[in-house]
Design a protein. Structure first.
Length: 136
């Protein structure tokens, strides 16, 4: 796997420093996996959670609010509703994706071990999603 520089956003760091969540280490781990998967991804806070975008086009948002026994990654094409593609945005055989629409999927993690075990698959999904969703 190629390494990309990680660009931590100070607003996100401050948000996470104040966050009271039992899976805080898992959130930080996911943050690093996401940012290291694509050098163009940047982070900010949106919808009261870490959000990942390329040139302002939102692509992945963490859900860190209740239930607190899990962390979710929402894969999407931005806040504004767009015409649905006829097929799922990516042709992934990943069992970690739960599809909500053809351009929106969710990945749920409940432990650090699950995140670490799923690292390669998650990074592949992130790369495929960013390529398929395109630039805004």
């Amino acid at each position: 796997m190629e390494k990309h520089p990680i660009h931590l956003n100070s607003e996100v760091t401050e948000f996470l420093d104040k966050l009271r969540h039992p899976l805080k280490q898992e959130i930080e781990l996911l943050r690093n996996y996401i940012l290291s998967s694509n050098s163009h991804l940047r982070e900010n806070i949106k919808w009261n959670a870490p959000n990942y975008h390329i040139d302002g086009g939102d692509r992945i948002t963490m859900r860190v609010q209740p239930p607190k026994e899990q962390v979710q990654l929402i894969f999407h094409r931005g806040a504004k509703k767009q015409a649905q593609p006829e097929k799922k945005l990516i042709c992934s055989g990943s069992k970690m994706l739960t599809w909500k629409e053809n351009d929106r999927a969710i990945v749920t993690f409940k432990s650090q071990l699950a995140i670490e075990d799923g690292k390669a698959e998650l990074i592949a999904v992130i790369k495929d999603w960013i390529n398929a969703a395109g630039k805004p």
